[in-house]
Write a new protein. Structure first.
Length: 277
């Protein structure tokens, strides 16, 4: 089944925004993608998350992050703090529509979503984080973490960490599709991107003790791209009364593209339905 193209959406930020309306909407979902990818990847991949959300009555709003997809900027060279500002602007725009708003973020998008919510939770009804990058560089040597800001300033596009595409999924076809997608950034993580993620993720731990929004988090315990220890610590840190963690045994980074993808999708849709009936 072919999904109709999205409507353009003005996000308030210098990014290309999209709106996939639900036929009979019950709520809106603000979706934030991960590093190197783009919003439209959630139409055909990720177990067709966007069309499935539409069918379930959730209108989806998303944008290509700066330096990704159809948005301007040097490919994947981004300051995570600017992405948080963009997320806050998009949320402000969405307040003009009447539906409850839920924020979904995957990987880098999970870090951006968490930072946005930690800054200002107003206007949101709940949060879903998928394999979020909440703990960055935990095992890197201290000298390297200390040098990261300097490298980011003098050579923001310098190549650093390799993106381990083999760790995205246990399903070979999904890994092959990722590698063959011309819209996906296939290079190493740029210095500015890595350093700003390291800084942002570290700063947020002092603010999670004020987190009260309903929260669902999914993470695979075999994720080699984002650190599942960060997800465990986050869930222990937040005082929200309504919080659910699904740890997937053997799960890789993209749980909606991995073995058990239907169960992961059911968790997301079921969680949203329970809170919008």
């Amino acid at each position: 089944m072919t999904t109709p193209p999205p409507h353009p959406w003005e996000t308030g930020a210098p990014t290309q925004g999209y709106h996939w309306p639900a036929p009979t909407p019950r709520a809106a979902v603000l979706l934030t993608h991960g590093l190197g990818e783009y919003a439209g990847r959630y139409v055909e991949r990720y177990n067709r998350l966007i069309p499935r959300l539409q069918e379930a009555g959730f209108s989806v709003y998303a944008s290509d992050l700066r330096g990704h997809g159809a948005s301007p900027g040097r490919r994947a060279v981004v300051d995570a703090r600017a992405l948080v500002e963009d997320h806050l602007l998009a949320r402000e725009v969405l307040r003009g529509q009447p539906l409850p708003i839920y924020a979904f973020g995957h990987s880098l998008g999970g870090l951006i979503t968490a930072a946005s919510v930690a800054r200002d939770p107003r206007g949101l009804s709940g949060v879903i984080l998928s394999s979020p990058a909440l703990l960055v560089g935990e095992d890197e040597p201290r000298w390297l973490k200390a040098a990261a800001p300097l490298l980011a300033r003098v050579a923001p596009g310098a190549a650093t960490t390799v993106l381990d595409s083999a760790g995205l999924s246990r399903v070979a076809e999904e890994v092959e599709a990722y590698r063959a997608d011309p819209q996906v950034y296939q290079g190493k993580v740029p210095a500015l991107t890595a350093a700003s993620m390291l800084r942002l993720s570290g700063e947020l731990w002092a603010h999670y003790d004020r987190w009260t929004l309903p929260t669902l988090v999914l993470h695979g315990d075999a994720d080699r791209i984002t650190d599942v220890r960060g997800t465990r610590r986050f869930m222990e840190a937040i005082p929200a009364q309504d919080k659910t963690l699904h740890l997937v045994e053997g799960g890789h980074h993209e749980l909606l593209n991995d073995e058990g993808r239907d169960e992961a999708l059911a968790w997301i849709l079921g969680w949203l339905r329970e809170r919008t009936t």
